[in-house]
Ligand binder design. Structure first.
Ligand SMILES: Cc1ncc(COP(=O)(O)O)c(C=O)c1O
Length: 419
């Protein structure tokens, strides 16, 4: 794979997993990997230079999401930011309940069934630890949370509602503004967190327009470096730090800052804002073609997530292909030169269907045939042509190998397959 472009032999279709760094980002980072290495917390002049670089990056990142610089906590990525949001709010709320000492009572938190595991697993761990009671919201067949259902689940002791902005597997965009409004009306003390890891690049998430108290985002989904993330924390939102030690990030996250990664993150977010319109129309055009033509070229195939592009993450094409395992297709695609992804997780040798598809109501067997293509800046019409030419014979070959009949889809598959 050549830089951020696909080249003659390889086609990169996995931008939702991570994006290739923009050369301008790398250029901005280089001095901080070489010459300007000083610990920003030290007092000498070299440290003042790295401190200034971090301050400027914080300013850029804050203003790109409509926040004040003091409301940005740098982390090592989306997973850490999600974890800090959930654990931080639960920890601070329990302490506050007893004037400093953690109270013995669990607090109530709410999330949705289709969150990234960084949120879902943390929420479930908090429940297992006895510090939180957890309500998990269902989603509709396109993967979205109903704002009214979120509000209806809020209790007097609900300290946090965490609902993602755009889903990483099926691309469903939630109406986070409506969710936050409804939740705050139901209980003004409840904090609302959104995981905007997938959306910030494409949709330019603004914390006031979304009405959220906490927001997760990360550099490597927007052509920045891996290992640099941020948590927006609205002023006044209680947050207990989860990494203790130094006084960095106003005591909300200890540890010597990765100056180069933070500078790269800021450069990437600046470029994303400048080039958003161009990126959007480019990705939407390719996305529309693939969403339309995949089911035309391969029988017993359907697209998951919202059909309406305005309600769908730009670049995301998630599909179900009957009578084949997504993992087998991915291996064959890899050999043919394509990097793509599936929603299923291969654990201990058996393929588990994606929790997102299961929550949307996709039958387990069909969910095993899921694929996700996520298009980005460097993709071209030729990439889509190549995929549309090379994928159908791969599916045909794999279906021919199946010991089961592969011509009659079960009745419960019908609503998920294109007619
Ligand atoms: C929606 C969502 N949240 C969180 C994460 C985790 O982010 P990171 O890889 O930066 O830890 C991802 C990454 O795939 C994601 O898609």
């Amino acid at each position: 794979m050549n830089g951020h472009r696909s080249n003659g032999s390889r086609v990169y279709l996995d931008h939702a997993a991570t994006t290739p760094p923009d050369p301008r980002v790398v250029e901005a980072m280089l001095p901080y990997l070489t010459e300007y290495f000083a610990n920003p917390s030290s007092i000498y002049v070299e440290a003042q230079q790295t401190r200034r670089a971090i301050d400027e990056a914080r300013q850029t990142i804050a203003s790109s999401v409509g926040a004040d610089p003091g409301e940005i906590v740098f982390t090592a990525g989306g997973s850490e930011s999600d974890s800090l949001a959930l654990r931080g709010v639960v920890g601070a709320s329990r302490r506050r309940a007893r004037g400093g000492a953690a109270s013995g009572n669990p607090v109530h938190i709410i999330t949705s069934a289709v969150e990234h595991h960084a949120v879902l697993d943390t929420a479930e761990q908090l429940e297992r630890d006895g510090v939180a009671e957890l309500t998990i919201l269902e989603v509709d067949r396109e993967g979205r949370v109903d704002p009214a259902a979120a509000a209806a689940a809020v209790r007097d002791d609900t300290v946090l509602v965490s609902v993602m902005h755009a889903n990483n597997e099926v691309g469903a965009i939630n109406d986070v503004a409506a969710i936050a409004r409804a939740v705050h009306e139901a209980n003004p003390r409840t904090a609302v967190h959104t995981d905007a890891v997938q959306s910030v690049a494409h949709l330019g998430a603004n914390v006031d327009r979304l009405g959220v108290d906490l927001m997760t985002f990360t550099g490597h989904k927007l052509y920045g470096p891996r290992g640099a993330g941020a948590l927006y924390v609205r002023a006044g939102t209680p947050l207990a730090p989860q990494i203790l030690g130094g006084s960095q990030e106003e005591r909300r996250r200890a540890g010597t800052e990765d100056t180069a990664a933070i500078v790269g993150f800021a450069k990437a977010i600046e470029i994303a804002a400048d080039e958003r319109e161009a990126d959007l129309s480019h990705e939407r055009a390719l996305q529309q073609r693939l969403m339309t033509e995949l089911p035309q070229r391969i029988a017993m195939t359907g697209i998951t997530g919202p059909a309406d592009l305005d309600e769908r993450l730009p670049g995301n094409v998630s599909a179900l292909i009957g009578f084949v395992e997504g993992e087998s297709i991915l291996l064959a695609l890899d050999l043919a030169g394509f990097a793509a992804s599936s929603g299923s997780a291969c654990t201990t040798g058996s393929v588990e269907p994606s929790h997102v598809l299961v929550a949307m109501g996709v039958p387990d067997e069909l969910a095993r045939g899921s694929l996700r293509f996520s298009l980005g800046r460097g993709n071209t019409d030729e990439d889509v042509d190549r995929l549309l030419t090379e994928l159908p014979p791969i599916v045909e070959r794999l279906r021919a190998l199946s010991p089961m009949p592969t011509t009659e889809p079960p009745a419960d598959w019908q609503p998920w397959l294109a007619t």
